[in-house]
Each structure stands twice: as structure tokens, then as C-alpha cells.
Design a protein around this ligand. Structure first.
Ligand code: FBP
Length: 548
């Protein structure tokens, strides 16, 4: 594979490890844990993996020397640093015992079920050190949840003499990792399952997980692009740029980019829900800022929109809930009908209130909401063009106001959607180090006989020496939620906290940013240079950890 100059130089970067993982490693166990909600139900569903203690790795006297083969799976959307997790696992399992082997299952969890795998040798691993992407083994969204999948997976696990599987994924994939760990433990198969917190969305975090990997690099990449657009916008002074940002349900990415770039407007879905705002109110909020800037001759600006916004507008959220149930129960009856008949079927089966909301939505948006969910039951929000929907509605509102003499300026909108542009970027120093440490932690959890744990690294705003690596029982992060029409044990998704410091900081500043032009241009990620630039964490992480 031909490498760019940057890739060649970057391959030589040796990720920094926390002290607890640098030499011989000892396990320090904490108190028994319990799930964040629905304790009795979760305990009953996970009798073998519930209540286990938190684990921290501290410097020890002698390493475990365990013969173990490991399988690794990349699950869900790409996130910068995934390759370094695999490199960390590889280096650690070989250090534990050079005879150990690492196998990669191809194209996600489906690779385990379909017996699609490759052995990851030193040559392969060296090709991918500190690179973005998941192309070493590919990723996929197959949901591992059925006994026949677990049993099929076991066949190849036995054939390759694998003792443990590491699933690198988001909240849904780690939930599945836990279900698999419990199943193999209950059957006494002697196969361990370890999870690893991945997702650019930043929504897999809690008291134990400070951030999911990939969030740092992805947001810095989007912030560079947004800064470039802001500078163009401030140079031409004739466009309003509507930028939709990935992140699924949570607005962490949009909020972080706002803190880095200071756009005129950033909508936060969680606030929209809390304030029970309608689509029209959001449109009026944006149109008012446009009209206000126009009074000073500033017919330009930047608006950030989280991709999950539509789900958080309460009336649309209620509609989606009912559509989820309708899809689960009657999807087969209307999926193959033509567009018009499908719309009619849906309208006839919805409650009065939700049918009214459905009828007001533009055809494209309504269709997207009524189509298939992803394998985990999520609406595919990345496919909904919210940025266009909002700018069209703002345009219409301003035209109305113009007639009434309330708007004196010009409004020309351009649209962008940033998501795929950042998911495979070369990991920042933070993600390169964090991911490598997560991989080494995963290998240590396996070497120490653990299952049903997620590898974690804490204290990440300190220097890497002082990061604290360990493991958290996945059941500790679970509660019961309704998915695909049924109550299921799932890891609780972390949304933007309106009482949290990042949001409060944004609120403090946003009126000024809306009025004035306060753009900040963060520039590209730097790998060499002053640590204040190269090793800087996200604003979100720094603010959240400030007083901890
Ligand atoms: P994960 O939750 O799997 O990490 O997905 C991240 C994400 O990039 C979301 O932000 C986005 O909504 C989704 O993946 C897009 O999915 P796909 O890659 O299947 O188009």
C-alpha cells in the first residue's frame, strides 16, 4: 500500500501509555457495582456478569504470562483511532506471550457469525499504526443478539482456539458485547468478551467513561472545516451557511464545534426538547438572528445543526415513537407499497395528533422517518436533510417578514453536511494515545481472566503518565429502554446535559456570537509542535473534567 509522506512519518509515532500499563501490571479491584437503573431486572438478565467490581491497572511486580488467542471486531460507524486500539491489543498480547495470536473478524460482527476472518500479523499491524479508518479489517452494523449467532460464532472461536473476543463499538455494540459475554459465561464456554468505547458521537460516556474515542479527532476535523467556511463567509459576506453535523441523537459534536468556532447560531437538540420547542419556533429563532444582523448590513453567518434535531422536537419525537411501533408491528404490510399508498397507510394507522404532525412534514422527511431503522432500531438521521428543511423554512419566514417590513436584508443560503469527512481522519495525538491505551487495557483484562468488562482509561485531562487504565463491568452502565417496540437492557446514552459546563459556557456566549461576528478559525490538527496545540483535548472534555 502506497503511503503519503505524513503517513510514513506518523507511523513512527509511539503512543504514550499511562504508568499503570508501562511495565508489569497488577489488578486493583474496587467495590462491587450495580447498574445505573432497573437493578433488579438487569441483575436477573445478567446473573453471571452483574455486580463485578471496577478494575484499575497499577504498576505490578510480575506480568501475567497467559497463552491466549484473541479475536477483534470493529462495530458500527468509523471513528479515528480504531486501528490503534487493535495495535495496542496486538502489542500487549504478544508481550504477554509471543505465541499468542490476534485474529480480526472482517466487516464487523457479521464476520464472527460468517467465519470471515484474518490473522493480524506484525506486517499488517505496522501498516496501520496511527492511521485513521477501519480498513484494516472493515466494520459493519450486524446486531449480535441471537443464540444461533452466538453458537455459530463459537464454532470459529473453537476452531481458531480463541479465548477472548474484543468488540470495539458504541453503546449498542457494547450492549451486545455484554449479552454475548453473559451467554458464553452462562454456558461455561470459557470465552471472554471485552468491549471498547468507540464513537465520534461522544454519547458513550458516564462516570466511568470520560469520552469515547474518535470524538476528539472528528470534532477537530469538523472545526477546521467550519473555521474555513467561517473565514470564507466573512470574506464574501453574502451567504448564510447551514451546516448539519453528525452525532446521531446527541448534540455533543455540534456543541463542541460551536465552542471551538463560535458560529452565529448552534441549535442544541436537548434544549429544544427541554423547552418543548416546535419546528416553527426554531425557524423563528434563526430568522430573528438573520434579520437582526441584516439591520447592520451583515447578510451572512453560520448556523450549526445537530443531525438528530428532528427527533428532539417533541411533536416529531412522539410521532417517531409511534412510527417505531407501527414499523415493528405492521412494517411488512406497507413497506412494499408505492409512496402515495404508503403515506396513506401510515396516516390511517397513526393517532390523530401524530397523523397531523406527519401530514405537515415535507414528503422527503416524512418518508425518511417512516422507513427502516438501522439494525439497532435507530432512525437514520444522517439521511434527513434538516439543514435544507430549516433554511427553506427560514427563507419563507423572512419573505413573510419582508412584506411586513420586519426584514430589510438579503438571504442566500448554502448547505453542508459534515460527518463522513471526519470519521476516518488520522487520529490526533489524544486519540492515538487514548486508543492504544484502551487496546492494552483490553488485553490486560483478558489476561486477567475478565469478561463482560469494557476497557477504560480515566483522568485523560492530565498528562498520559497519570492516566488511569482499567475496566468497568458493562452491566454497570445499563438500564431498560424501549427499542423496536420492546423493553431491552441497553447502555444509557449520554445526551448533552443542560446543567453541564460545556452547555453553560455556550449559553454564556451565544447572544454575542449571534449578533457580532466572533468566528474562530481552529486550523488543522497538528501532530508535531507545542504540546499546548498538539495535545489539547476537546473543550467538552476539559470543561467536564475541570473540577473533578
Ligand atoms: P456509531 O454510533 O456506530 O459510532 O455511528 C456514528 C455515526 O457516524 C453517526 O454519527 C451517524 O448517524 C451514523 O454513524 C451514520 O451511519 P452510517 O455509517 O451507517 O451511514
Amino acid at each position: 500500500m502506497k503511503k503519503s509522506l505524513l503517513q510514513r512519518e506518523r507511523a513512527a509515532y509511539q503512543p504514550k501509555l499511562p504508568k499503570g500499563l508501562q511495565g508489569a501490571v497488577k489488578v486493583k479491584e474496587g467495590e462491587p457495582t450495580q447498574s445505573v437503573g432497573d437493578q433488579e431486572e438487569i441483575k436477573k438478565m445478567f446473573p453471571n456478569t452483574y455486580g463485578m467490581p471496577l478494575i484499575e491497572f497499577v504498576p505490578g511486580e510480575a506480568n501475567v504470562d497467559r497463552k491466549m488467542n484473541v479475536g477483534v471486531i470493529l462495530s458500527g460507524g468509523q471513528a479515528p483511532g480504531g486501528h490503534n486500539v487493535i495495535c495496542g491489543i496486538f502489542d500487549a498480547v504478544k508481550k504477554i506471550n509471543p505465541a499468542n495470536k490476534l485474529y480480526g473478524f472482517i466487516l464487523g460482527p457479521g464476520g464472527l457469525v460468517d467465519h470471515n476472518y484474518m490473522e493480524l500479523t506484525a506486517d499488517i499491524i505496522d501498516e496501520y499504526r496511527n492511521t485513521g479508518g477501519f480498513d484494516m479489517i472493515g466494520s459493519g452494523r450486524t446486531k449480535l443478539e441471537k443464540v444461533d449467532q452466538f453458537e455459530k460464532g463459537l464454532e470459529i472461536i473453537r476452531e481458531l482456539d480463541i479465548q477472548a473476543v474484543v468488540i470495539i463499538g458504541g453503546d449498542d455494540s457494547n450492549t451486545n458485547a455484554c449479552v454475548l459475554a453473559e451467554y458464553y459465561a452462562a454456558k461455561n464456554y470459557g470465552v471472554q468478551v471485552i468491549g471498547c468505547p468507540k464513537t465520534i458521537d461522544g454519547d458513550l460516556k458516564n462516570d466511568q467513561i470520560e469520552t469515547s474515542f474518535g470524538f476528539d479527532t472528528a470534532t477537530k476535523t469538523y472545526a477546521e472545516l467550519i473555521g474555513n467556511i467561517e473565514r470564507d463567509c466573512n470574506s464574501a459576506r453574502k451567504y448564510w451557511h447551514f451546516i448539519k453535523l453528525m452525532g446521531r441523537s446527541a448534540s455533543h459534536i455540534a456543541l463542541e464545534c460551536a465552542l471551538q468556532c463560535q458560529p452565529n447560531i448552534c441549535i442544541i437538540s436537548e434544549e429544544v426538547e427541554k423547552k418543548d420547542m416546535s419546528l416553527n419556533q426554531i425557524v423563528e429563532q434563526i430568522a430573528s438572528a438573520v434579520a437582526d444582523r441584516a439591520t447592520r448590513g451583515d447578510n451572512f453567518g453560520v448556523v450549526l445543526i445537530p443531525e438528530g434535531l428532528i427527533e428532539f422536537i417533541p411533536s416529531i419525537g412522539r410521532l417517531i415513537d409511534e412510527l417505531n411501533d407501527l414499523l415493528a408491528e405492521h412494517g411488512a404490510d406497507y413497506k412494499d407499497l408505492d409512496k402515495a399508498a404508503q403515506r396513506e397507510y401510515i396516516l390511517a394507522h397513526l393517532s390523530k395528533e401524530n397523523a397531523e404532525t406527519f401530514a405537515t412534514l415535507p414528503e422527503g422527511v416524512a418518508r425518511q422517518l417512516s422507513l427502516d431503522r438501522d439494525p439497532h432500531g435507530n432512525v437514520q438521521v444522517s439521511l434527513i436533510e434538516t439543514e435544507k428543511l430549516l433554511s427553506d423554512m427560514v427563507d419563507a419566514k423572512l419573505a413573510e417578514w419582508k412584506k411586513e417590513g420586519k426584514f430589510v436584508g438579503k438571504f442566500a443560503a448554502l448547505h453542508h453536511f459534515f460527518g463522513y469527512e471526519g470519521r476516518c481522519a488520522a487520529p490526533s495525538n489524544f486519540d492515538a494515545d487514548y486508543c492504544y491505551a484502551l487496546g492494552v487495557s483490553a488485553a490486560q483484562l483478558i489476561a486477567n481472566g475478565k469478561t463482560g468488562y469494557m476497557a477504560i482509561v480515566k483522568n485523560t485531562t492530565a498528562g498520559t503518565d497519570d492516566w488511569k487504565a482499567g475496566g468497568v463491568p458493562i452491566t454497570m452502565m445499563m438500564n431498560m429502554e424501549r427499542r423496536n417496540g420492546e423493553m431491552k437492557p441497553v447502555i444509557r446514552k449520554a445526551l448533552v446535559e443542560l446543567e453541564g459546563k460545556p452547555f453553560k459556557k455556550f449559553v454564556e456566549k451565544r447572544d454575542e456570537w449571534a449578533r457580532e461576528t466572533c468566528f474562530v478559525y481552529p486550523g488543522p490538527i497538528q501532530y508535531w509542535g507545542p504540546a499546548s496545540v498538539c495535545d489539547r483535548t476537546t473543550r467538552t472534555l476539559a470543561l467536564e473534567q475541570e473540577d473533578k
